[in-house]
Design a protein. Structure first.
Length: 364
C-alpha cells in the first residue's frame, strides 16, 4: 500500500523536516533544531503539530444515537454537553482496547478523533455495531493540527477571535479564511493547547500565519517525549487489544454511572477487574542514574523475580532524566517500590513513580 502524505507534507519538506513512516503516513519526526529543542519550545512557548494522519469521524444522529453509542463506548453520553469532549475507548468483548479516542458532542451528532493506525478498523467496528441507522463519515478532506504550549491561547486568539474563552476539553465552530473550522481546547502534551480541524486547502495558509507569529513546527519525536512526561498512553505500546482500561490505570475515564450500570462492550472484564481480579497495573517507572529503559525491557523485583515490562521509555527533557511507563504485578505497583530493569543483559535500579512525571498545565 502506498505511503500517504498529509496536506502539509510539502511545507514540512521545505522546512527541512526529517520524515519517518508512521501508521501508513510519511510524518515529520523532527526539524533542524532537534527533538530536545522542539520539546522545550512546546513547554515554554508554543509548538504546532501536524496530526492530520489521525482519523476524524462524524456520526450523525440525535438522542437515539447517544443511547446506541453507549453500548459501544463506556462514556456517559446522556450527560455530555454540546461541544464537550471526553476521553474514552473502543473495546472488544474481552475488555481489551481496540483504540483510545476523543469523543465530542456536536450539533449533528458526535465527532470522534481516532488513532491513525486504528482508524479504518475502528470505522468498520463502529459501523458493524451501529448498523445502517446512522450516517458515518471518515473525513479525507480535513486536516488536524495541534497548537500546544503556554503561549498557544494568546497566539491563536490573534488569528481566531474567541478561542481563548474555551475551557479544557470543550470546543466550538469558528471561521478562518471564509471556511468553517472546529477548535477544541485539548492536546497530547500536558500543556494548555488547541486542536484545530481545518479543510486541507487552507491548512498551509493557517500554519504559515501561526509561524509568522513565532510558533515553531514540532515533529513526532518531541510529541512522544512530551506525552510520556505527561503520563499519557500511546496506543499500540502502553495500551492495546490485550490491556483493559482498569489495568491501564484509566478507570477515571469510565464514568461512575457506566461503571455501575454497564451495558457496553467489554463490561464483564471491567467489572471483574474492579471487583478484585486485577493482576497488573500500568505505572510510572523512574530509572536511577542515566540508563534509558525502552519498550520491552523486563522489570524485576529486588529478589530477581520477573514482575513486568516497560511499554514506553525515553529521556525526559523537562525532568532532565530518564522516564518510563510499564506494567507490573499489582503487589509491586505501590509508589516508591524499588525494582530492577534489565537493559542489555545488566540490571539497573529504578523506583515505581507517580504519574505524570511533569505537572500538567490545563486551563479548566
Amino acid at each position: 500500500m502506498e505511503t500517504q502524505k498529509t496536506a502539509l507534507y510539502d511545507y514540512h519538506k521545505s522546512l527541512g523536516a526529517k520524515f519517518v513512516p508512521f501508521a501508513g503516513y510519511e510524518m515529520p519526526v523532527q526539524y533542524s533544531s532537534g527533538i530536545v529543542e522542539e520539546h522545550k519550545i512546546t513547554r515554554n512557548k508554543a509548538g504546532l503539530f501536524d496530526v492530520s494522519h489521525m482519523g476524524q469521524l462524524l456520526i450523525e444522529g440525535s438522542e437515539d444515537l447517544a443511547l446506541e453509542l453507549e453500548k459501544i463506548i463506556p462514556t456517559d453520553l446522556k450527560k455530555i454537553q454540546l461541544n464537550q469532549s471526553k476521553y474514552s475507548f473502543l473495546m472488544n468483548e474481552q475488555g481489551g482496547i481496540y483504540d483510545d479516542l476523543i469523543i465530542t458532542k456536536v450539533e449533528k451528532g458526535f465527532n470522534i478523533i481516532l488513532n491513525a493506525a486504528c482508524k479504518n478498523n475502528d470505522f468498520k467496528i463502529i459501523k458493524s455495531l451501529l448498523g445502517n441507522k446512522f450516517k458515518l463519515t471518515l473525513y479525507k478532506n480535513l486536516s488536524l493540527v495541534a497548537l500546544q504550549g503556554p503561549k498557544s491561547s494568546e497566539i491563536l486568539e490573534q488569528t481566531i477571535k474567541g478561542v481563548s474563552s474555551l475551557k479544557f476539553m470543550n470546543g466550538n465552530k469558528f471561521s478562518y479564511s471564509g471556511k468553517e473550522i472546529y477548535v477544541t481546547r485539548s492536546g497530547y502534551t500536558g500543556e494548555d493547547g488547541f486542536e484545530i480541524s481545518i479543510p486541507n486547502q487552507i491548512v498551509e495558509d493557517f500554519t504559515k500565519k501561526l509561524i509568522d507569529k513565532g510558533v515553531k513546527l514540532i515533529g513526532l519525536g518531541a510529541r512522544d517525549t512530551l506525552r510520556l512526561e505527561a503520563g499519557l498512553c500511546l496506543y499500540g505500546h502502553d495500551i492495546n487489544e490485550s490491556t483493559s482500561p482498569i489495568e491501564a490505570n484509566l478507570k477515571w475515564a469510565i464514568s461512575k454511572r457506566r461503571r455501575d450500570e454497564g451495558g457496553f462492550v467489554g463490561y464483564n472484564k471491567i467489572k471483574s477487574d474492579m471487583n478484585g481480579s486485577l493482576t497488573r497495573l500500568r505505572v510510572g517507572v523512574k530509572p536511577e542514574g542515566k540508563i534509558i529503559a525502552r519498550e520491552g525491557v523486563k522489570i524485576f523485583s529486588e529478589d530477581n523475580k520477573e514482575i513486568g515490562s516497560i511499554t514506553s521509555g525515553t529521556f525526559g527533557p523537562s525532568v532532565n532524566g530518564p522516564i518510563a511507563m510499564g506494567y507490573v504485578k499489582l503487589n509491586f505497583s505501590k509508589l516508591g517500590t524499588k525494582v530492577l530493569l534489565e537493559v542489555r543483559g545488566k540490571k539497573y535500579d529504578a523506583i515505581i513513580s507517580e504519574l505524570p512525571f511533569y505537572k500538567k498545565s490545563y486551563v479548566r
